[in-house]
Design a protein around this ligand. Structure first.
Ligand SMILES: [Zn+2]
Length: 203
């Protein structure tokens, strides 16, 4: 395992601090701009990998299972996320369907696979092949995963649709809600730590 580097740089104002090990619940903040420098985490690389695998399983379920069933005059129509995306494409809302496919499917999938790949090696204190590229890609993809926005939007749409249709919630929406929880837990973890937890050369 690589030794923890003794210095810590605030990414907002570039102030340099001497690093010390944090205790449970402690958060290191910048004295100049109050930005969070580092948080204490109990999760090891194996713990994070377990979290990513759980998210991946829930993600598959969220995409396979129908999200909602609408009933109107005795006719029931249920749709999955992909059903809705294809429908939007056909109804000439190509831009919206591309955005939905990217932020709800491709970017989150990309993020989970990259994290899984990096963590698989980080468990042994090693850097995975392509570690640098993967970490840069993870940083860039981060803001483009919007499952939590989708769940909120879906909730609002479901409440509104209730006025006109019989709305039956399907397991897909619950899987998305669970995925949002997992993403929120993961958002609190600073994956930059992986730079310190791993070393370049396989030991
Ligand atoms: Zn600062």
């Amino acid at each position: 395992m690589a030794a923890t580097p003794p210095l810590l740089i605030c990414e907002h104002c570039d102030t340099v601090y001497r690093r010390r090990e944090l205790c449970c619940g402690e958060v290191a903040r910048c004295l100049r701009c109050d930005a969070v420098l580092e948080r204490y985490h109990r999760l090891s690389a194996s713990g994070m990998l377990a979290l990513v695998l759980t998210a991946l399983v829930v993600f598959v379920q969220a995409n396979i299972w129908p999200i909602v069933t609408l009933g109107f005059n005795g006719t029931l129509i249920s749709t999955t996320l992909w059903g809705a995306i294809v429908m939007m494409w056909r109804e000439h809302s190509q831009v919206v369907s591309l955005l939905a496919a990217g932020t709800l499917f491709f970017f989150p999938l990309c993020k989970m696979l990259l994290l899984g790949w990096v963590l698989l090696y980080a468990r042994r204190g090693q850097r995975a092949p392509g570690f640098r590229l993967a970490m840069v890609a993870l940083y860039r993809v981060g803001p483009w995963t919007m499952s939590e926005v989708f769940v909120l939007g879906a909730m609002v749409a479901i409440v509104k649709a209730h006025v006109y249709f019989d709305v039956i919630l399907n397991p897909g929406i619950f899987a998305y809600a669970a995925l949002t929880l997992l993403i929120t837990i993961f958002a609190g973890i600073d994956i930059r730590r992986l730079w310190d937890m791993t070393s370049e050369r396989a030991s």
